[in-house]
Ligand binder design. Sequence first.
Ligand code: FES
Length: 571
Amino acid sequence: MGRKTPQELRSHRWYGVDDMRSFGHRSRTKQMGFAAEDYAGKPVIGILNTWSEVNPCHAHFRLRADEVKRGVWQAGGFPLEMPAMSLGEPIMKPTTMLYRNLLAMEAEELLRSNPVDGVVLLGGCDKTVPGLLMGAASMNLPAIFVPAGPMLRGNWHGTTLGSGSDTWKYWAERRAGNIDEKAWTEIEDGIARSFGTCMTMGTASTMAAASEALGMTLPGASSIPAADSGHARMATAAGRRIVEMVWEDLKPADLMTTRAFENSVRVAMSLGGSTNAIVHLIAMAGRAGAKLDLDRFDALSRSTPFLANIRPSGKYLMEDFFYAGGLRALMVRLRDLLHLDCNTVNGRSLGENIDGAEVYNEDVIVPRNRPLSPEGGVAVLRGNLCPNGAVIKPTAVEPHLLKHAGPAIVFKDYNDMAARIDNPNLPATKDSVLVLQSAGPLGGPGMPEWGQLPLPKKLLQQGVRDMVRISDARMSGTSYGACVLHVAPESFVGGPLALVREGDMIELDVAARRLTLRVDEAELGRRRRATTLQHLSAGGGRVRRQLLPADSARHAPGADGPDGAAADLAA
Ligand code: FES
């Protein structure tokens, strides 16, 4: 396809024609101080900015938006910044997951209703990555994603601290009586030292890397620390490039293909990435009309080695990963497993983009012949406790728990768990299996990140640091432990998890991908008949509408299927 002419720009309808409406658009643009020389005949570049003061991970986005604009001006475009919902993971309650699809709709409608020819998406904190990319995929205008970048390493008395992962770790030590209030406050002061996203391999780092592997960022963009001057230069380069993409008419549908999604899954799995990647990548693929389901995800994970030694599954942090060569270097190590011919936003193939990248520290990005694990970071389980699937992150589990059987301790909801977990009379041993019900998409509501249940205080004091835990919730990508998540169907709508009773034996076998409730079918049938379905209560309808994306999916060309594993798993 040839290059577009100015008359073929989408924004021409707003600015280029001689009628009364265009007069209004032009005069009102001049009201902001812009002259015809600024916009006439130029691609209009929307900059969707998720900056806000309730999102510390995006605190630098006011600056970055200006840097994107610099690039757009340099390349002969006309930048217009538009605020979009910020979804600050550390602040919002009950969970940002309730609003991911709302952001996707907002992004799509901002682009649809305004004179935008191409868009730069500024996101990073967990849900903003899939939210913005889903909206961009549905609208299918030329788009580049600028990831916020990870924050600097945390520091406490010379010990590095990782977002989330070390919060859980030191909180457990505090509950065990090993950390006093002074130390706890010092950790609070040192764990978040700059703007940027969690610098562990949490959901933000996972999804930024997955977006780069998908071809939606400039090469190398996802590994650059937020506070590095290279991050500002990357933002400016994105501004320059998006103008060219508009003239070339290079759109998400050309990039977000089934093969590109397979690259993004492989990369996420080789990083020991977040279990949330399943929920988000399947939703994004649905929007883009690409094929990706739980079984394909599991197959790709099983055949991808785990190579990135980053917390919570490993030792280092994102800053170390950047110095070790970053994602391009890691992808060189996966070269034979990737579809190298997939096109990317810079107009070059993934293979061309990783050419010449080197690993500078083999302790951070390990070689293929000595992987941290021969398999990737997520396993999909099946069994009578999760007929529609469940997930676990084997790379973050104490190895002795990968095959385990134990009696259930059952919490009927989060409040029940919070009230009883530290009760000295809780009949829990290190072999118990902690079960949390009513924490899924409808039960939570919003499938909150409650899946890393805290360990009972009395066991922490005995030195126990991991136990098998099972729920229909999600967990933060920064979390770790033998946590079985996303159990489906969820307990709130009568899934088998609702039928578990105190003392039932539960068996986990990750290698065999099995999760089994050792209770016979006749007894389960009796329990099922006695169980009242809570989702018929008044609140359920409201939550269902918020969570399930029927409204947003309607706009999506080719996205008729379930929009994301949350809906998929809840079905
Ligand atoms: Fe924003 Fe982790 S809290 S990326």
